[in-house]
Ligand binder design. Structure first.
Ligand SMILES: NC(=O)c1ccc[n+]([C@@H]2O[C@H](COP(=O)([O-])OP(=O)(O)OC[C@H]3O[C@@H](n4cnc5c(N)ncnc54)[C@H](O)[C@@H]3O)[C@@H](O)[C@H]2O)c1
Length: 424
């Protein structure tokens, strides 16, 4: 396949080498003449095994990457990749104390490279952005620069500097984001990856889904690291507690912790243990004077409950309808309400039945009039019975569903939170 790489920096050049290694006809272009050379630059990079230096594969691919201008690259490539920098202000690079709350990346280089490439298009073309961007950038900033007839994809790489080639050849998955329709050009991309990473699944989604997944992935790693570091800091202050032994225990919890469980959005966790344990550990960390991610866990849980309550209040104000919570147990299928996040929502609403009614088939709760006439309903617990009941609510009702399990119902406004940015 004929591929072009725009931007031959820390990511672009090793990726060009990896593609050439798999037999593709690679063209490269960089505005910096020093990068238009068959050499990796000053950075330490490993070869395909992630250990040996990259030099041997750089030698092996010498003459197999053609350095050319943008015009030739665009016109001669089936797929044009953009690996151009999207830098942050140095204040947010993590190597100095964060000043304020951070800011978006700079897209000046990416926009300029796409604009220049767009001017060179003389027929059907496919542009594939691999630079890191925040959600919304592809639609709002990049797509307007791309002429009709050009397919635009977002295909972020999950690659660590130093092992670019190995990570490119052995990714967990390939993520491919597209605009409103999946363009046929994705077949070219799939066919390229069938030669470079044949066992990695290719996952498609909207530009925004893939942009969000890329950022969420990197931040999730940060979340794991700060959690482990926080445990380390605590153990440093707790006599006889060994942080590596604690980590080994957490690592061996492959059913609930190191697993896909608890990764779907819904209500905050509850029960007789979780919230109170989070609050107690947060208190201990405060007493020990160590960093306190545990406090943030309990605080963000409450902030999310508050966000649901705000949705209820604004829907009620808009429609003039009374409010009700369907499902008050702490999790589906149980009749336990200890630590229930649904009850937390009810408390935040005023903690009185006159402000919000409650109904739960397992708790025997059935406030008078819950289903007499339309209400603003929050699906507080996703018991099967609650989801079933929610399909037959009085016409004119509004449903706020953080579980995204309530289907469309005639005459009822259903807000499935987090579903394709409906901004409910
Ligand atoms: N380096 C990595 O391992 C890695 C991993 C994942 C994602 N990323 C993302 O990939 C992007 C590139 O990162 P990088 O580390 O390779 O950056 P880099 O600064 O090392 O390389 C970018 C290259 O693009 C060139 N460039 C700038 N404007 C250009 C233009 N108009 N036309 C042609 N070339 C142009 C620059 O001269 C430079 O050589 C960033 O968005 C980064 O966040 C990088």
């Amino acid at each position: 396949m004929k591929v072009g790489i725009v931007g031959l920096g820390k990511l672009g050049f090793p990726v060009a080498v990896a593609m050439a290694l798999r037999g593709h006809e690679v063209r490269g272009y960089d505005i910096d003449p020093d990068r238009m050379k068959h050499e990796v630059g000053p950075w330490r990079e490993a070869g395909p095994d992630g250990v040996d230096p990259i030099d041997a594969v750089v030698e092996e691919t010498r003459g197999k990457i053609r350095f050319c201008d943008m015009r030739e690259l665009v016109r001669e490539s089936d797929l044009v990749f953009f690996a151009v920098q999207t830098p942050s202000d140095p204040r947010w690079d993590g190597a100095r104390p964060i000043d304020g709350i951070g800011a978006d990346f700079s897209y000046a280089w990416l926009e300029q490279s796409v604009k220049t490439a767009a001017e060179c298009v003389d027929g059907p073309a496919t542009f594939v952005v691999i630079s890191t961007v925040l959600p919304g950038t592809m639609r709002n900033r990049i797509a307007p620069l791309v002429p009709d007839g050009v397919s635009l994809l977002y295909n972020p790489y999950f690659i660590a500097m130093g092992t670019v080639i190995r990570d490119f050849l052995h990714p967990e998955f390939q993520l491919v984001g597209y605009g409103d329709e999946l363009p046929p050009a994705t077949l070219d991309l799939r066919s390229l990856y069938s030669t470079t990473s044949p066992s990695a699944p290719v996952i498609y989604g909207s530009w925004e889904t893939i942009e969000t997944a890329k950022m969420a992935y990197n931040t999730f790693i940060g979340l794991k690291i700060i959690f482990a570091n926080n445990v380390m800091e605590m153990c440093d202050k707790i006599p006889h507690a060994d942080c590596d032994a604690v980590s080994r225990i957490l690592e061996s919890a492959t059913d609930r912790l190191i697993s896909p469980k608890y990764l779907r959005g819904g209500m905050g966790d509850g029960g007789a243990c979780h919230p109170r344990d989070q609050a107690a550990l947060s208190w201990l960390a405060g007493n020990l004077g160590v960093p306190n991610v545990f406090r943030d866990v309990i605080r963000v849980r409450e902030e999310q409950a508050f966000a649901l309550v705000v949705r209820m209040l604004s829907a009620s104000e808009r429609t003039g309808l009374p409010m009700a919570i369907l499902g008050t147990a702490f999790k589906a299928g149980t009749n336990i309400e200890f630590g229930s996040c649904a009850l937390l929502c009810w408390e935040l609403l005023g903690g009185q039945d006159k402000w919000a009614k409650r109904w739960d088939p397992y708790m025997g709760r059935n406030d008078e009039g819950v289903f007499d006439g339309p209400h603003v309903y929050l699906i507080g617990c996703n018991h099967a019975e609650v989801i079933e009941k929610a399909q037959e609510l009085p016409v004119g009702s509004v449903v706020i569903d953080p579980w995204r399990q309530v289907g469309e119902c005639r005459g009822v406004e259903v807000h499935r939170i987090g579903e394709a940015g409906r901004g409910s």
